[in-house]
Design a binder for this molecule. Structure first.
Ligand SMILES: O=C1O[C@H](COP(=O)(O)O)[C@@H](O)[C@H](O)[C@H]1O
Length: 247
């Protein structure tokens, strides 16, 4: 498992701008070395804020050679403004030349899996498998994560079956404590298939959970603690989110 690296920025604006620059550099480096890159996007304030910054400064990303997945999704109808994919499109994807065949959104609640988020989760696991070169999950170049104040990442909330999942890579959540209640999420075993995991977090309300996760709290209590990349685990923070870390 990779070491944890912590980077602190003065405020949310500089944090999301720095995360965006790192994202562009990492995608470009992967594309230069093997022709394509694969990333996992997150929802939430800092995750979407970072995508807006990428839109402003997209660098040399070859958008046609990028596979885009999601770490979690609110199981809502297509086009619902609360969906993470809708927010990511508005922030970035509708403004760049992505190949939408390589934009792997999670299923919608008014599609063929309506009312069956578990079947939708199985279907998304198959999507991951179809892009994994013979394995079950791709080695993502970057898995982006936001974090909730109680330490949730993706839709993995403390003390839930989803955060305890050890075998499946995608599961349904039907009673999320944060609305909306029904979601689909990659599990910690799927997150750990990423080369790099970045937790992009801002705000004093997250400071306690940041400190607990960086100190190695049990993932069942602080799910972010279990989010580790194969070669790097980066906590990208603003000074408020970092305020409870030891010096
Ligand atoms: O519900 C969610 O929340 C987390 C954190 O969001 P934030 O606005 O507090 O940063 C997010 O990472 C996740 O994708 C989303 O579904």
């Amino acid at each position: 498992m990779s070491d944890i690296q912590v980077e602190v920025h003065p405020d949310t604006e500089t944090l999301t701008a720095a995360a965006a620059r790192r994202f562009v550099d990492t995608v470009v480096a992967a594309q230069q070395s093997r022709g394509f890159a694969s990333v996992v996007l997150t929802g939430g304030g800092t995750g979407i804020g970072m995508l807006e910054k990428v839109r402003v400064n997209p660098g040399a990303i070859d958008w046609r050679e990028l596979d885009i997945f999601w770490g979690d999704e609110r199981f809502l109808p297509a086009g619902d403004p609360e969906r993470n994919d809708v927010q990511a499109r508005a922030a970035l994807l509708d403004h760049v030349d992505v190949d939408f065949d390589r934009v792997h959104t999670m299923p919608v609640s008014d599609g063929i899996y309506a009312d069956d988020p578990e079947a939708a989760a199985v279907a998304y696991a198959q999507v991951l498998g179809a892009h994994a070169g013979g394995k079950q999950v791709p080695v993502f170049d970057v898995h982006l994560l936001g974090m909730g104040g109680e330490g949730h990442v993706n839709s993995l909330f403390p003390d839930t079956d989803a955060v305890r999942e050890e075998h499946r890579f995608v599961v349904a959540v039907k009673d999320s404590p944060k609305p909306p209640p029904v979601r689909i999420t990659l599990t910690l075993p799927a997150v750990r298939h990423a080369d790099e995991v970045w937790l992009v977090v801002s705000g004093e309300a997250k400071a306690e959970a940041v400190a607990a996760a960086v100190a190695g709290a049990p993932p069942v209590e602080i799910p972010a603690s279990g989010a580790r990349g194969l070669t790097a685990t980066r906590w990208l923070l603003d000074s408020s989110a970092a305020s409870r870390l030891p010096n």
